[in-house]
Design a protein around this ligand. Sequence first.
Ligand code: BMP
Length: 210
Amino acid sequence: MTGLILALDVLDEEKALKIISKIDRWIDFVKVNYPLVLSAGVGVIGKLAKYKPVIADFKIADIPYTSSLIAKTAFENGAFAIICHGFVGSDTLKAVKDVAREYGGEVYVVTELSSPGGEEFLQKVSNSIAELAKEIGCDGLVAPGTRPERVKELRRIAEGLKIICPGVGAQGGRVESLKGLADYVIVGRSIYMAKDPEKEARRFYELLKG
Ligand code: BMP
């Protein structure tokens, strides 16, 4: 286990596959989001899954029926896990979890975004979202790597759930502040925009290990 998840928000499939083929040994999972899937097509999930298990970051935020169709599409195309917003409430979270279980997959729930705007609305309800995610039996939380004190609290509330933290690197979050709090850190731009992505991925791997 490396503790590192690559957020692969590039727009070009060839570039995405080239990057992952170079750095797969330094990461545990690759996270895809709308930029890549909308540009390259949902089939890119299966291609990336040949290197590392794929987390489909579709931040599902819809009624249960539509949400389960989104989750099903991700899993049918080879995803290992799906990300769902927590503010949508228990019915949608349960629907997404049920689909994930049909495929033997996992569900991660967004608590509050790592960006400054995450404090405006989501932070007011993120503790309750963490409680709900635990109650429903989801697998983990997406917690803000830019706010270690919030990660600590969310982890305490949802004890036993895995905590994955974006916001490290380009958004200012630091690996050192998340030690013992995050099970995995998610890094995107700092790696895929680096002059030498492999070197940068290895640097994060070593920071996490050390
Ligand atoms: P970067 O390291 O380039 O900032 O990328 C972070 C990744 O994590 C992006 O894919 C972003 O959509 C996602 N993310 C985030 O930054 N903050 C959150 O709170 C939730 C996310 O999914």
